[in-house]
Design a protein around this ligand. Structure first.
Ligand SMILES: Cc1cc2nc3c(=O)[nH]c(=O)nc-3n(C[C@H](O)[C@H](O)[C@H](O)COP(=O)(O)OP(=O)(O)OC[C@H]3O[C@@H](n4cnc5c(N)ncnc54)[C@H](O)[C@@H]3O)c2cc1C
Length: 377
């Protein structure tokens, strides 16, 4: 990485393609590319801005150097990662030899008046060989020893960012972690989970031991016309955030989502709606392609007057969901609290039965076709 302390007044030149002239302060050359001067301190921000505007950075060079030849591959600050196209990376880092990443962001996701603590964490993985795709998880090894004096075992966490990371520079991985707090049934003492409380309290700059990536259950299909039904409770939103960012927020040469995505999100209170602003912004922007439905258990009532859990929302929309599910291009994903599957099954069973279809058989068929994906914990 470039050192900020030694060279913090250095300038770089980005050669960018794919920007439209409208509203731009820089001239676009005949070749269709633009040169943009960027101070070292703003390199990441500028990268994000350019990519948001649909631009593609072709090269980065120190200002004053010849700007006609180098590509981003030659000049990028981080070493190139081993990337096998089309192959899903698995276990690049194992517990015996974990990657030591760095926490670069740790922010609270639960708003005022909400229940508990859920943090959005970003780890710097630059210079490593860790690559991942949407829907995978990583392992975290908390420091210290367990009550048998052995090093703590790893805990798995769903990755919440796309393969490019939140900063779109392929150098970070993000998690969405709920701090586990419960009363010990015997002693009545308040107990905090080892790894989740460690992660939630991580400070910027602290090291973190990472393993993985793992998981092939929750991968997003390549089909740009697919219907993607997502049912999440709490931190189960993490992989869906990655899907939605890939589908709508980022611009790709090789993946332009044109299908329909429907997120049904179960949470206890409005301040517990994780990533609320970003989700609602996407929904407003992509109305025809993204539907967002909440089940806010402590605020909304189901038809019987009880709390509105995710299965009640699924039951409410069961007919529409059933119609969608029957289309071969529809993939259904369930992620979050263990036990959420049961209620969802019951709701879909009732809709299928109206058409004389046995839901359990139909679900087995969907699983075989890799169209029914579940990750609960
Ligand atoms: C594939 C996968 C993905 C996951 N993704 C995420 C994610 O994105 N975000 C996230 O926050 N978590 C996620 N988890 C859960 C995560 O791995 C940890 O299990 C969780 O953070 C708790 O770990 P801990 O070390 O804090 O708790 P620990 O110290 O390991 O304590 C957990 C233990 O506490 C006990 N316990 C828990 N609750 C109670 C209770 N109410 N009463 C009595 N005993 C209790 C149980 O024995 C339990 O095994 C995921 C798990 C899997 C398998």
């Amino acid at each position: 990485m470039y050192s900020l302390t030694e060279f913090d007044n250095r300038m770089f030149v980005y050669e960018v393609a794919g920007l439209s002239q409208e509203g731009l302060a820089y001239p676009i050359r005949n070749s269709g590319t633009t040169y943009i001067n960027v101070p070292l301190k703003r390199m990441n921000q500028e990268m994000v801005r350019i990519q948001r505007m649909g631009g593609k950075i072709l090269s980065i060079k120190p200002k004053g150097a010849d700007t006609t030849t180098a590509t981003i591959k030659k000049e990028a600050p981080a070493p190139q990662k081993k990337k096998a196209k089309g192959k899903i990376p698995v276990n690049t880092y194992r517990p015996k030899n974990p990657l030591v990443g760095k926490c670069v962001e740790n922010t609270e996701l639960v708003g005022e008046g909400g229940i508990g603590t859920v943090r959005h964490l970003i780890f710097d993985i630059s210079g490593s060989d860790l690559t991942y795709v949407e829907g995978q998880s990583i392992g975290i090894i908390p420091p210290g020893k367990d009550d048998k004096g052995k090093p703590h075992k790893l805990r798995l966490y769903s990755i919440g960012s796309t393969r490019h990371g939140d900063r779109l520079d392929d150098k970070t991985v993000s998690l969405c972690v709920r701090e586990l707090v419960y009363q010990d049934p015997k002693s009545g003492k308040t107990i905090k989970g080892v790894c989740s409380s460690y992660l939630c309290a991580l400070e910027n700059g602290e090291d973190v031991k990472i393993t993985g990536p793992v998981g092939k259950e929750m991968l997003l299909p390549d089909d740009e016309d697919a219907n993607i039904i997502m049912m999440a409770t709490g931190t189960g939103i993490a992989p869906f955030r990655a899907y939605l960012w890939r589908m709508f927020k980022e611009k790709h040469e090789d993946y332009k989502f044109k299908g329909f995505a429907w997120l049904i999100f179960g949470i206890p209170t409005t301040p517990n709606i994780l990533y609320k602003e970003e989700l609602e912004k996407l929904q407003a922007e992509y109305k025809d392609h993204f539907r967002l439905t909440y089940a806010i258990s402590r605020e909304q009532k189901n038809t019987e007057g009880g709390r509105m859990y995710i299965q009640h929302r699924v039951a409410e929309h069961a007919q529409e969901l059933w119609e969608l599910i029957q289309q071969p291009k529809t993939h259904t994903y369930i992620c979050g609290l263990k036990g959420m599957e049961g209620g969802i099954d019951d709701a879909l069973k009732a809709a299928a039965a109206k058409k004389d279809v046995q839901w359990s058989e139909y679900r087995t068929k969907m699983k075989k076709e890799h169209r029914w994906h579940v990750e609960t914990y």
